[in-house]
Design a protein around this ligand. Structure first.
Ligand SMILES: [Zn+2]
Length: 657
């Protein structure tokens, strides 16, 4: 690559000389002009609009629609089915009149012959398992107000397309108006709901359980991407009232605050809960012994209805088991719960405290947690987040458990607070979350490495992927990525990108200011990658076209080198010229260590922009008085990425007699 560039430069220099020596030749065809293909070229982003400002903030006319739900679920533990009923109030804040709405009917992914079942093997994490599930609707109608008395109910026509359902409205929904949709349905609960929901013995984890309104936004209209398994959820905000009817022996965890504790909890549990609400240590609300003796429940037979309410969330889920031990602690009035079965107790007895610490860490550093509780729920799901709920399975190791708990709880910030489009831009929640997790993990268990050490571990992994040319561009639709590469592409690589921005490019003060600005600007809204890029530049004060391009848009490689070191002694001063090289497309800052014969050393750091006029070579001269330079080394502390470190040094370390 370098050789080709040099050769072209020599050819054009030679022809220039030739032209100077001879009369002008007849107009020869000029070389084909090309666009600015430098990594530093301005990044072409969508034009700013009234909805999305050039600063990266929501525009003066930003809008998003709203979906408020009243939901009722009944769990039949004999038939292993859920029956559901819903009133959805869908409010159109867009400037467009809508004649239909799209609802997500994602139980359909879990049935035999679904698109999901053709894409993923049955025994894989995201695979459906040849199961006669899916939505069975018994009612779908719109409730229209009438001049006098009761609203008119009109049956709605629908067209189901795998996991998406188009519902034709009874009358057009004008801007500013609300449509009220009512539905009733049932589905058989899959044992393995692609690791998003499911059941294990008597335990149920119920998500994707009601027809959820898809997002209609200013960027893409209706977001009609199907649920295939990897791409998660993109949903509008709303208020939820959820009632869950289960056998009386069951304990229910759910999105939202419990509205009727006296109906479903014993006075003892209610009293302990009041203590936990003021306690920074874990209070056992329901113990294994109380479950075994029956003392845990106010009623032993029949059914009980648990009622929950949640404000400004993008989904609501629940989990229920007759074996849930229930722990609680709190931080600043926010309840931190752990729900787990006796078989998981050895590590899960710490889960409520792990939840509390996670809420505290992310609230203190980035944005205050806005909801009344966070619940870590043990069950068959290996790790999945929903508003106020983090589902994890049991773990052999308390460190592993914390990594999963704090990861799923980190999702309360991305995407539950900052509501990006997970199905298309997975990195905007998984990557940002993985990044904030490094702080939480380092804080909880510093003996396993502080934040910088954890970030270094992630960097090493990404370096290996890039070296092996196995990495994918970060800004790639997750449903197009091989599941084996998803962890690097959508989680670790974007996390490492933020770490590089923070430590090596912007500095922690400017990065934290900008990242907090992003969270604050887009809390409860729908930012795109462009809104993130622009906000970071606008708030941090640095143009970063090159970094967004090389790290998020393309999958650039990185290889800096020490190309030449020239040394000249003048009296007791050593004059040194170093030509730093950059042999791949990606650019990063230069970090070099100069080591002297006496064992002392000096570090120099140059910003990545030094490559902007010549992305291949950068030369600097130095004067060292009364010192003998013996070695120059690039990135000695491995703070950057480099696919070939064999060309990173000149000279030898000083030898000691
Ligand atoms: Zn995640």
């Amino acid at each position: 690559m370098t050789a080709t560039v040099t050769a072209l430069a020599l050819i054009s220099a030679a022809s220039l000389h030739a032209q100077a020596a001879t009369p002008p030749a007849p107009a020869a065809p000029r070389p084909q002009s090309v666009a600015d293909t430098s990594v530093f070229a301005p990044l072409v982003l969508p034009t700013a609009s009234d909805q999305r400002a050039g600063s990266g903030a929501p525009g003066a006319r930003y809008w998003q629609n709203r979906a408020d739900y009243t939901l009722a679920a009944t769990l039949d533990t004999t038939a292993k089915t859920v029956r559901g009923e819903m009133t959805l109030r869908y409010t159109n804040h867009s400037p467009d009149t809508l004649t239909y709405i799209w609802l997500q009917v994602e139980q359909n992914a879990f049935r035999d012959k679904s698109l999901n079942s053709y894409i993923f093997p049955q025994d894989s994490r995201f695979g459906a398992r040849g199961f006669e599930g899916g939505y069975q609707f018994s009612r779908l109608e719109q409730s229209l107000p009438t001049a006098k008395g009761a609203p008119k109910k009109v049956a709605l026509t629908k067209r189901v397309n795998e996991t998406m359902m188009k519902v034709n409205l009874a009358e057009p929904l004008a801007p500013g108006r609300t449509a009220t949709i009512e539905a009733a349905w049932s589905f058989a609960v899959p044992e393995h709901g692609a690791d998003r929901m499911g059941r294990d013995g008597a335990l149920y984890e119920i998500a994707q359980w009601f027809p959820r309104a898809a997002v209609y936004d200013d960027v893409r209209g209706w977001n009609i991407e199907p649920y295939l398994g990897q791409g998660e959820f993109y949903l509008d905000y709303g208020d939820y009232n959820v009632s869950v009817t289960v056998p009386a022996g069951y304990i229910v965890a759910a999105t939202g605050a419990l509205q009727n504790p006296r109906d479903v909890l014993t006075p003892t549990v209610i009293a302990r809960h009041a203590i936990a609400a003021k306690s920074d240590t874990v209070v056992r609300l329901i113990t294994a012994e109380e479950l075994a003796s029956g003392a845990a429940r106010p009623k032993k037979t029949g059914m009980l209805t648990w009622k929950f309410a949640a404000k400004n969330v993008r989904d609501a889920v629940w989990a229920a088991s007759p074996e849930f031990q229930w722990d609680a602690s709190s931080w600043k009035g926010i309840m931190a719960y752990g729900y787990y079965r006796p078989s998981a107790a050895s590590n899960w007895k710490d889960a409520a405290d792990q939840s509390r610490m996670s809420i505290m860490e992310y609230s203190e550093r980035w944005f205050m947690y806005p909801w009344p509780h966070i619940s870590a729920v043990e069950g068959p799901i290996s790790g999945m987040e929903y508003p106020m709920i983090a589902m994890e399975n049991k773990s052999q190791d308390v460190y592993d458990l914390y990594n999963v708990v704090t990861h799923e709880i980190g999702h309360m910030w991305f995407p539950m607070i900052v509501g990006s489009n997970e199905r298309v831009y997975m990195w905007q929640d998984e990557g940002f979350n993985t990044f904030i997790n490094t702080f939480s993990e380092g804080r909880r268990y510093p003996e396993k490495g502080d934040q910088m050490a954890r970030a270094a571990e992630e960097r090493r992994m990404v370096e290996q992927y890039i070296t092996a040319a196995a990495d994918k561009p970060v800004n790639m639709n997750p449903d197009r990525i091989d599941p084996r590469l998803l962890g690097e592409a959508s989680y670790v690589k974007p996390s490492v990108g933020l770490q590089l921005l923070r430590q090596e490019i912007l500095g922690p003060e400017a990065f934290d200011d900008a990242f907090r600005t992003y969270v604050k600007r887009w809390a409860y809204k729908h930012p795109t990658p462009t809104d993130f890029f622009r906000t970071m530049e606008d708030a941090a004060g640095r143009r970063l076209d090159w970094f967004w391009r090389e790290w998020f848009i393309e999958n650039s490689r990185f290889d800096q080198s020490i190309d030449t070191v020239m040394v000249q002694q003048a009296g007791d001063t050593m004059n040194v010229a170093v030509r730093f090289g950059n042999r791949e497309r990606g650019v990063l800052p230069i970090r070099a260590r100069f080591t002297f014969a006496d064992g002392s050393s000096e570090d120099v750091v140059y910003p990545a922009e030094v490559w902007s006029t010549n992305s291949r070579r950068y030369t600097r001269t130095y004067k060292f008085a009364k010192k003998t330079l013996v070695r120059v080394e690039l990135d000695p502390d491995h703070r950057l990425l480099d696919i070939d470190r064999r060309n990173n040094s000149w000279g030898s370390p000083p030898t000691r007699p």
